[in-house]
Every structure is written in structure tokens, then in C-alpha cells.
Write a protein that binds this ligand. Sequence first.
Ligand SMILES: NC(=O)c1ccc[n+]([C@@H]2O[C@H](COP(=O)([O-])OP(=O)(O)OC[C@H]3O[C@@H](n4cnc5c(N)ncnc54)[C@H](OP(=O)(O)O)[C@@H]3O)[C@@H](O)[C@H]2O)c1
Length: 213
Amino acid sequence: MAMVLIMGASSGIGLATAKLALERGHSVVAFARSADLIPLEHPKLRKLAGDARQSDDVRRALTAVDVVIQTLGVPANARMLTGPIDLFSAATATLLPLMKEAGIRRLISVTGFGAGESRSSIPPLQRLGFNLVFGRAYGDKDVQEQMITQSGLDWTIVRPGVLINTRVPGRYRILTSPQDWRNGIVSRSDVADFLVRQLTRDTFIKQAPVLVR
Ligand SMILES: NC(=O)c1ccc[n+]([C@@H]2O[C@H](COP(=O)([O-])OP(=O)(O)OC[C@H]3O[C@@H](n4cnc5c(N)ncnc54)[C@H](OP(=O)(O)O)[C@@H]3O)[C@@H](O)[C@H]2O)c1
């Protein structure tokens, strides 16, 4: 069983992952600025309020941790269009040296279909719309991915398609080969299922699979 730090555990994929990890016997440090409001109670859960950009907060969160999962997100509002967005790169720049300092090697990061080299799998016309709406966020996710792949850590980048909400995980596909990459829906519970499974397996180390149903 792992002691996992989930950065961005107060909502969405992060909250679903915290819940599932606890159900499957892992210990969880649930980190977010609003961590105190996380609607979970469990003997193996520690809620820790902090900012992922702040070294002191992140250093405190890393105590006794084996694995880090990043599920940070920015609100889907007008700022996504007008930017600037640097949360993903800034939080990762804070995290990586502190993980090394603490001797933690395993990092699992959620970015999204369209980040990094997966952008070229979006058909050209759709890519125009994608760049218009998500260009700022995904530009920053590109930088985040580059930092991670150059980190020397045992990383896995996870690129879900369009997120929906379901109560329990369903059947989803794990697309590891670029020729198979495509967009599609996937639920936050599916992504959580994939993330929690990676706590006890090395199959996807140094890989960046796309997840869709
Ligand atoms: N929506 C889609 O269809 C889609 C598709 C593919 C990928 N994605 C990506 O999937 C990821 C998760 O999305 P989601 O919608 O499930 O999550 P979300 O609801 O956006 O949750 C984001 C989490 O990040 C935390 N956070 C934000 N800024 C923080 C900071 N400075 N310090 C610490 N924590 C911070 C938030 O908590 P606090 O605000 O309390 O700090 C929250 O827990 C995102 O990166 C998103 O871009 C989304």
C-alpha cells in the first residue's frame, strides 16, 4: 500500500482519486488550497491546505510520501481564453526539486488529450478551435509535460479525453501508441481508477497514455 500525495484533491479527478485510493487501502495526503472543505473522512486521510506553487507548502505535503499524483486544474471561465495561465508549469517547477530533495521518485501527472505531442492527433480543423479555447492552458501543460519528461523521475503522464462524471469507473481504453490516439469521453472515475492502479504497478513508467471510453 502506498502513501500518496494528491495535489488538487478538493474536486474533480483529484477528489475521485482520493476517495478510490482510500477505498483500496492506500493512505492519502489530500492537498489543495481548500483542502479543509474536502467532504471525506477516513483514518488514512490527511487533509492539507496549501498552494501548489509555494515551496514551503509543498515541502510539508511531501513528508513520508511514496508517490505524488498531480490533478491540478484551473476554473473553466473567461480567464481560460484571456490568460495568462501558468499554474501547471509553476506548480511542477516547485514540485520536481522538492521531490528529488525528499528522495521520492514516482510522479503521476494528469494533463489532457491535446497536450504535448498528442496535439498532432487532433484533426486540423478541430485543432483550430482547440487552440482558440484551450491554447493557453495547454500551452502551459506542454511546458509542464516537458519538465516532467526531463526530470529523471519515474513519471507517468495521463492524458484523458473530455471529462464526464459517473459515480463508478466503467470500461475505458488506455491508448499508448500515437497512431491510436483520439479524443473521446472518459469519466473522472475512470481516470481515478487508472491513477490508483498505477500506485502498485510500473507498467506505464515513462509513458503518456491517452484515456478514453
Ligand atoms: N474538463 C475536461 O474535459 C478535461 C479534459 C482533459 C483534461 N482535463 C484536465 O484534468 C485536470 C483535472 O480536472 P478536473 O476538472 O477533474 O479538476 P478541477 O475540478 O478543476 O480541480 C482542480 C483542483 O486543483 C486544485 N488547485 C488549483 N490551483 C491550486 C493551487 N494553486 N494549489 C493547490 N491546489 C490547486 C483545486 O483546489 P483549490 O482550488 O481548493 O486549490 C482542485 O482541487 C485538469 O488539469 C484539467 O485541465 C480536463
